[in-house]
Design a binder for this molecule. Structure first.
Ligand SMILES: C[S@@+](CC[C@H](N)C(=O)[O-])C[C@H]1O[C@@H](n2cnc3c(N)ncnc32)[C@H](O)[C@@H]1O
Length: 309
């Protein structure tokens, strides 16, 4: 029997995942199609370690667990094969790209919405800086008939892989675009035939140096554009594991309090800490950056706004 402090289930219990009770996670480990991408040493512990508080008779020794394993586990119910990743080769992630460079200044072509969405009039959620896309794919799969999902990502290879996953899952309510959101967001939402109901900006690149702050995606122009296009009652969700970046976003959205309310004002079930950060992730799933950051013990600073009706 694994000692409690080393048991994966206890690590999960200490750092709860919103949609996956610890027992479910243990069984996810066992049936995960990603199990091939889980470290060999972690796998070898499945059947050797038994958690005393879990009904499933095997779990992973947390000492062996890496944060990519947690990502694979959190998204296990998407049933994505790793065939696509193998075909595409290693998706090299450069630290940060410079969105102000001339190579990213060309606006994305507006897609034919009837080609990319089964019903192009559904309310739209836009995820700015969608990264791998798994977060948005998870939401799209969960809500196949009630909303469309658009991921904007400046790294082309991530977009290519995400689109292949969308095809593999045969989802008709999600699309990923290679786009610099700073340049393309406005036109895309203006030309979308349905209402804009949700915008998320989750763990955006921090661009720490002061002289690089202008590369950050949340700038006054984008904030104004989100607000003016958002449906009354629509929401904006921002978060970061970097306090300075979270504060920068918060200050800009808080400044619009005549049009935006923080969610705890309208929904008392959404709890905030003493500093006004949301205590829980309201989406039902964590993003990849969020999983990595929490694995390393970081706090996630979240704000969820609603446009006044
Ligand atoms: C730190 S990652 C976070 C990804 C994902 N949201 C998550 O939480 O796991 C930030 C992402 O934003 C993308 N990005 C940065 N600037 C962007 C821009 N101007 N337009 C679109 N995507 C951008 C980056 O390429 C990167 O994939």
């Amino acid at each position: 029997m694994a000692s409690p402090q080393f048991c994966f289930c206890h690590a999960v219990a200490a750092n709860p995942l919103p949609m996956a009770p610890k027992q479910a996670l243990c069984s996810l480990i066992l049936k995960s199609p990603f199990s091939s991408s889980i470290t060999r040493s972690a796998k070898s512990h499945y059947h050797r370690n038994c958690c005393y508080s879990c009904t499933v008779d095997a779990c992973v020794d947390v000492k062996e667990l890496r944060s990519p394993d947690l990502v694979a586990l959190e998204y296990a119910d998407l049933n994505l094969t790793d065939k696509i990743s193998r075909e595409l080769g290693h998706v090299r992630i450069r630290q940060h790209v410079n969105p102000l460079s001339s190579s990213f200044s060309v606006p994305a072509r507006i897609p034919d919405w009837r080609e990319v969405f089964r019903n192009p009039t559904l309310p739209l959620m836009v995820d700015i800086g969608s990264g791998s896309g798994r977060f948005l794919i998870w939401l799209a799969k969960k809500n196949p008939d009630s909303a469309n999902y658009l991921g904007l990502e400046i790294r082309q290879k991530l977009v290519k892989r995400a689109e292949l996953w969308v095809k593999e899952l045969a989802l008709g309510n999600i699309h990923f675009l290679f786009a610099n959101a700073t340049v393309s967001f406005r036109q895309l939402v203006l030309e979308y035939p349905g209402p804009l109901m949700f915008v998320s900006i989750l763990c955006p690149d921090p661009h720490f140096k002061k002289r690089h702050h202008k590369r950050r995606v949340v700038q006054k122009l984008l904030v104004d554009c989100i607000i003016s296009n958002l449906l009354p009652g629509g929401k904006v969700f921002v978060q970061s594991d970097v306090l300075e970046v979270a504060l920068d976003m918060r200050n800009q959205f808080d400044a619009e309090s005549h049009v935006l309310q923080h969610i705890d004002e309208t929904d008392p079930s959404k709890l905030i800490d003493d500093d006004g950060w949301l205590l829980n992730n309201p989406m039902g799933i964590r993003t990849e950056r969020e999983i990595h950051a929490e694995f390393e013990g970081a706090k996630i600073y979240r704000r969820l706004y609603q446009k006044r009706t």
